[in-house]
Design a protein around this ligand. Structure first.
Ligand SMILES: Nc1ncnc2c1ncn2[C@@H]1O[C@H](COP(=O)(O)OP(=O)(O)O)[C@@H](O)[C@H]1O
Ligand SMILES: [Mg+2]
Length: 368
């Protein structure tokens, strides 16, 4: 489901920009501060309704304007036409999402139409950062592989919120407590099963992708469900109740799940070089794209920020080849137009776009 065209207005340093994209490889080049990363940020925002650079929407709206509008046409084989999607964010916080001319109240519709994967300088955080980043990664996969996932995920969140608020402020009527505990247990176990099933599918694919990029001995990936293997969720809640009450929140459960990447039994982030970490994370993201394709026939759009600064030429080439073989649409950024010379061939339907100070200076088929 490649993006046919992308339009931004009032976003970061772009007053207005319209791009006709290649369904395969798109290279955005230009000097620092020209707006390349902002184009990836806008695309990511169109998928997730949130920025990867800031949680404050005011920061991405152009300083001189009241709102920003992002728009894309997505090529859909299923719909046999293109689907227009749009997102508008106002300084006062108002968010408007439109799909095929209709207002939509859930951003998950966007994520479904436009699955994106981001590889940038912060990518290593998937190994080094907090478990919530890894849960997001696993849940992205769960969401895209099973239509029941989202409802379960939301049910866990609701039950947990309710239980925690009872623990903190409630009088804890035993019957009310039992009702929320039952609700929590049921959905927590279902969520764990979805996550486990997804990881089981992902693992062999990840190993294969990684071995095509780099050899790392004794690397293992372990899913931790958020509570110990020996006890049921119900037992954990009952046995931990007094402690939960003292703390005012539920200590164990799927809200503590994690994906542990280890090398010789030690956290990968403690042992691997930055470059190796980036390759491991890239392999995870490529594997997610492959699984998505395998399960639903849909393709991810890969947003790759400043790859030349991240990886040496040999690994850059290997990663690009993998992504091109997958038939994915790529949006790549770099400073020099020549950064991908030798990594891409003429058949890859490459378009390059020269960006300068929030404007498109030129766009060309690669090498023409
Ligand atoms: N809200 C905003 N309004 C106007 N300009 C902005 C805003 N936020 C960032 N900028 C500017 O937009 C430019 C975009 O930067 P960026 O996309 O990171 O560039 P690149 O990736 O090409 O180095 C920077 O020069 C930055 O100062
Ligand atoms: Mg940048």
């Amino acid at each position: 489901m490649p993006i046919k065209s992308l339009a931004l207005s009032g976003f970061r340093n772009f007053q207005s920009l319209k791009l006709d994209l290649s369904p395969r490889v798109n290279i955005f080049y230009g000097s620092n501060g020209s707006g390349k990363t902002s184009i990836l940020e806008a695309t990511n925002l169109l998928s997730l309704a949130r920025s990867f650079r800031t949680i404050k929407y005011k920061h991405y709206i152009n300083h001189d304007l009241e709102s920003c509008t992002l728009f894309a046409e997505i090529d859909s084989i299923a719909a046999r036409s293109s689907i227009p999607i749009g997102l508008q964010r106002n300084r006062n916080g108002a968010l408007r999402i439109r799909v095929s001319g209709e207002d939509i109240d859930s951003a998950s519709v966007l994520a479904e139409l436009l699955p994106v994967q981001l590889i940038n300088a912060d990518t290593f955080l998937l190994l080094e950062g907090s478990p919530s980043i890894r849960r997001q990664f696993v849940d992205w996969g769960g969401f895209h592989s099973d239509s029941r996932f989202l409802a379960t995920w939301k049910a866990v969140k609701r039950a947990l919120k309710q239980r925690n608020s009872l623990l903190k402020y409630g009088k804890l009527d035993p019957r009310e407590r039992a009702t929320w505990d039952r609700e929590f247990v049921r959905h927590a176990e279902a969520l764990d099963e979805f996550r486990q099933a997804y990881i089981d599918t992902l693992l062999p694919c990840f190993s294969q992708v990684l071995s095509g990029l780099i050899e790392i001995e004794d690397l293992s990936l372990q899913y931790y469900r958020g509570w110990d293997r020996k006890r049921t969720m119900d037992q954990v809640l009952q046995e931990g109740f007094e402690r939960d009450k003292g703390l005012g929140f539920t200590q164990q459960g799927p809200q503590r799940a994690d994906l542990r990447v280890k090398v010789r039994g030690v956290a990968a982030s403690e042992i691997l070089s930055r470059g190796q970490q980036k390759l491991v994370v890239s392999a995870l993201k490529v594997a997610q794209g492959l699984i998505l394709k395998q399960l639903s026939g849909r393709d991810c759009v890969y947003l790759i920020d400043d790859l030349p600064a991240e990886l040496d030429r040999n690994h850059r080439q290997k990663l690009c080849n993998l992504l091109i073989e997958m038939n994915s649409q790529l949006l790549l950024t770099c400073v020099e137009a020549s950064a991908f010379d030798g990594c891409l061939n003429q058949e890859s339907e490459v378009r390059d776009f020269h960006i300068r100070n929030g404007r498109l200076v030129s766009d060309n088929a690669y090498g023409s």
